[in-house]
Write a protein that binds this ligand. Structure first.
Ligand SMILES: Nc1nc2c(c(=O)[nH]1)N[C@H]1C(S)=C(S)[C@@H](COP(=O)(O)OP(=O)(O)OC[C@H]3O[C@@H](n4cnc5c(=O)[nH]c(N)nc54)[C@H](O)[C@@H]3O)O[C@H]1N2
Ligand SMILES: Nc1nc2c(c(=O)[nH]1)N[C@H]1C(S)=C(S)[C@@H](COP(=O)(O)OP(=O)(O)OC[C@H]3O[C@@H](n4cnc5c(=O)[nH]c(N)nc54)[C@H](O)[C@@H]3O)O[C@H]1N2
Ligand code: SF4
Ligand SMILES: [Mo]
Length: 738
């Protein structure tokens, strides 16, 4: 398969053209122009100034990923329950499940039945009345960040009013390490940089992010930064072509020419999971070269002495051995960082989905502090968030780590103390369910089953829950494998651009978008998430202590948000002003932080001990021709999380999903050839007939796609944030013929 020489580029323009010229085209254009935030990633494109506008008011910012997401929601209604039995549905892969179409009526799968059947709305509410009766500790929710702030707020208020804090969320599998790490260091859990601030930076360190695929419009900022003479340091064990060169349709003349715009000025390829060592090495150089800003450390941070001492005493030998990058390259990066005027440290899953995820964030934060690159315009830490409203879910209180101010405000609103029991995050939810401790689970979007590691465990655990309610737009593997013991109920919901009311969402840059109301092309009996949740809440709580049915009015929910969520005060007037806004106290242009002392707290980050299992650990003798690799499990260029749109990954040269990307030198050393079919075995299962594709992954590592690969491993979990180590999964690769 011939791979393009740059990220994005012509294939994407061709995709746009093809999509918008189909019979769906007019509706697609209408939706692209609808005044609402893009469904796909958290970069925050769209909103009141038009679908193509970024947060700085610049137009022409919509990428092909948003077209993919919209096209998928514009599918016709599915009648899969009439066409297929459950065993047939269980044969479908993720793409086929998604392509069944949109849900448009409530469905139920009862106990041992082998078919989903339609359910009347009356029957839905009869079943929910019983399902929410168990003791609060046995009720739980899981959510995914595509729903609105209003739905998120209502979900947590309803659960907390019942006495349950079991508010698992997809962010537990995603940026939890960023939220926990940043909060401990700076007293704030989100990006400290605005889009406006990013435009002032003269250096971006991009760590563990494949932004060309997952946040395409961020690439425009990197192109502009390079154009104004700035530097981009990429830290990634895999050479992602779009991080080397990117062709952005936003700059047709300069960037769409063959080759595209250069992105990385320096590309560092650490051993997977070793970023802490690289950053300690950078700190060591800063200290050795006199580039550390001691004045800043003394004035604005605490515990810096220990961090400085640790970097000074950690040997270059240990650093190089752990991260696999030579002192020279580390020094080169440190000099750029140390000499830049404003450095933004941006990161994604490569560092959060690690067993030491929080340490990774600390080591990045320490580096930023040591160079005075926090609390000023054009600099600071910037976690690049995933789902389009995942950050809003956290702000609305869908978290097991509720801020004290919000707790107090909610207690006043509900006129009672919240339960002191710590709720379940996503991993804890699966474990609790597996131990038979959960009776009812409400899933507000997402695909809890396939997003988790160890699909056998996920299936078994969900199978011990009495009732699962899936509020979903489209079928996914979870609806066919993540089945409850007694009743699995599907509630068909409207998307962001179809709701009969306005909603809001929050971008990764802390910007609140107002989404206009809209209409749906579907004929069935779909419901808005807010209406359904308000009905359930009313069923459970009646008018105590608030009129829960009134929460069907999203304007009223926004009043409650303004009252109870610090920084969100402006949302109370947004219906009148229509003014989208940056959340208060999130963006830091002064080095004064919301910690007890007003200073940032620094943390020593021990170098990780990165053990690679032996062949014997997998039950094979050392003489077996096999490779032990650590897998980076993530996204192809043709999927959104567990939803596959396109099986091939052109940019990595992977023609289908059952491929493993390996380094040619590793393969040759173990006697493998490209395109050979192999077995890839983890600690919980194996995938057969996997095709070897050569790619620019670091020696000793490999890359495979989720959710398929989630069937073969149990992940290590970061003890402090609960995030699974999806980016360092040990596997053994051997010939299928063995
Ligand atoms: N089109 C599209 N857009 C999306 C999504 C999607 O699936 N499709 N998903 C959304 C969501 S929920 C999220 S969270 C984001 C995900 O966005 P990303 O985090 O960009 O996605 P991943 O595919 O997980 O890629 C992570 C990158 O980390 C690198 N990496 C792996 N191990 C390490 C390591 O040890 N150190 C370092 N430094 N790097 C490492 C990988 O090579 C890869 O390039 O995207 C969001 N946007
Ligand atoms: N191995 C491995 N596993 C991973 C990851 C990884 O990198 N590697 N990444 C992890 C990450 S970062 C994340 S965020 C999770 C993703 O986990 P989830 O967020 O749970 O999964 P998604 O695939 O995004 O969920 C897609 C489904 O959401 C539903 N949906 C879409 N739009 C709406 C809407 O507007 N409302 C409602 N109610 N439903 C809607 C549709 O039914 C769709 O099928 O996966 C995690 N799992
Ligand atoms: S960068 Fe993200 S928010 Fe912007 S258009 Fe693309 S997918 Fe949507
Ligand atoms: Mo995510």
């Amino acid at each position: 398969m011939d791979s393009p020489q740059s990220g994005c580029g012509l294939p994407i323009v061709q995709y746009w053209a093809a999509q918008t010229l189909t019979s769906q085209g007019p509706k697609l254009w209408q939706t692209l122009l609808h005044k609402s935030a893009c469904l796909s990633c958290a970069w925050g494109t769209g909103g009141q100034k038009g679908g193509f506008t970024n947060e700085d008011g610049e137009v022409l910012q919509r990428c092909a990923k948003s077209v993919e997401a919209i096209a998928s929601e514009l599918q016709p209604a599915t009648k899969f329950h009439e066409q297929f039995t459950l065993p047939e549905l269980q044969q479908l892969d993720s793409q086929a499940a998604n392509n069944l179409g949109r849900f448009s009526q409530p469905l139920i799968l009862r106990g041992e039945s082998d078919r989903y059947e339609p359910l009347s709305w009356k029957a839905v509410y009869q079943l929910t009345a019983g399902a929410f009766r168990p003791e609060p500790a046995r009720l739980a929710s899981y959510s995914s960040g595509r729903s609105s702030n209003e739905a998120a707020y209502l979900l947590q208020l309803m659960m907390r009013a019942m006495g349950s804090n079991n508010l698992a969320d997809c962010s537990d599998l995603c940026h939890a390490a960023s939220s926990v790490g940043l909060k401990e260091m700076f007293g704030t859990g989100t990006s400290m940089v605005s889009l406006e601030g990013l435009k002032e930076a003269d250096c971006v360190v991009l760590i563990g992010s494949n932004a060309p695929a997952n946040h395409p419009r961020l690439m425009n900022e990197l192109i502009q930064l390079r154009d104004r003479g700035g530097q981009v340091i990429v830290v990634n064990p895999t050479i992602e072509i779009g991080l080397v060169k990117f062709s952005s349709p936003a700059y047709p003349v300069k960037s769409m020419l063959p080759g595209g715009s250069e992105i990385a000025s320096l590309y560092l390829q650490p051993i997977p999971g070793s970023d802490v060592a690289l950053f300690v090495g950078i700190q060591k150089t800063l200290l050795e070269q006199g580039l550390a800003d001691f004045k800043f450390l003394q004035a604005h941070s605490e515990d810096w002495e220990a961090v400085v001492a640790f970097a000074e005493t950690t040997s270059w030998g240990a650093i190089e051995k752990t991260c696999g990058i030579g002192q020279g390259a580390i020094e080169q990066a440190a000099l750029v960082i140390g000499q830049a005027k404003g450095v933004v440290f941006a990161w994604a899953m490569g560092v959060t989905q690690q067993e030491n995820g929080v340490d990774n964030i600390f080591s990045i934060g320490n580096t930023a502090l040591m160079t005075g690159n926090v609390g000023k315009l054009g600099a600071g830490p910037m976690p690049i968030r995933g789902h389009s409203n995942v950050q809003g879910f956290g702000s609305m209180g869908v978290t097991i780590r509720l801020r004290q101010e919000i707790q107090t405000a909610l207690e006043t609103l509900l006129n009672k103390p919240l339960s002191p029991v710590k709720g379940y995050d996503t991993r804890a939810l699966i474990e609790a369910a597996d131990q038979g401790k959960v009776d009812t689970l409400l899933c507000l979007g997402g695909n809890l089953y396939a997003a988790n590691p160890d699909l056998t465990e996920a299936k078994r655990a969900l199978g011990k829950i009495d009732t699962i309610l899936y509020l979903s737009t489209k079928p996914n593997l979870g609806h066919f494998h993540g089945l409850a013991k007694r009743n699995t109920i599907i509630i068909p919901v409207l998307t962001r651009f179809e709701n009969p009311h306005r909603t809001t969402t929050e971008s990764g840059n802390n910007f609140v978008r107002l989404n206009d109301s809209g209409s749906t092309h579907l004929k069935g009996t779909l419901v808005s998430e807010v209406e359904f949740l308000a009905n359930i809440a009313h069923q459970i709580h009646g008018n105590d202590p608030i009129d829960w049915r009134r929460l069907q009015d999203t304007e009223y929910i926004r009043q409650l948000i303004a009252q109870t969520i610090p920084g969100y005060e402006k949302i109370g007037n947004i219906d009148r002003t229509q003014e989208e806004f940056t959340i208060g106290d999130r963006i830091f242009t002064q080095p004064k932080f919301p910690t007890a002392s007003g200073k940032a707290k620094m943390f020593v980050t021990p170098l990780p001990d990165l053990i690679v299992p032996s062949k014997q650990d997998f039950g094979l003798s050392e003489s077996t021709p096999a490779m032990v690799l650590v897998l980076n499990t993530g996204r192809s260029y043709g999927q959104h999380n567990t939803v596959v749109y396109n099986k091939a990954d052109k940019y990595r040269g992977m023609p289908h999903r059952n491929c493993i990307l390996v380094n040619a030198i590793d393969a040759a050393a173990s006697g493998f050839q490209e395109h050979q079919r192999v077995t890839v075995q983890g600690n919980a299962g194996k995938l057969e007939n996997v095709e070897i594709i050569y790619g620019e992954v670091r020696s000793g590592s490999g890359m495979m796609f989720y959710p398929e690969v989630n069937g073969i491993f149990k992940a290590k979990i970061d003890g402090r944030s609960g995030t699974p180590a999806y980016k360092r999964v040990p596997v053994i690769v051997f010939s299928t013929a063995l």
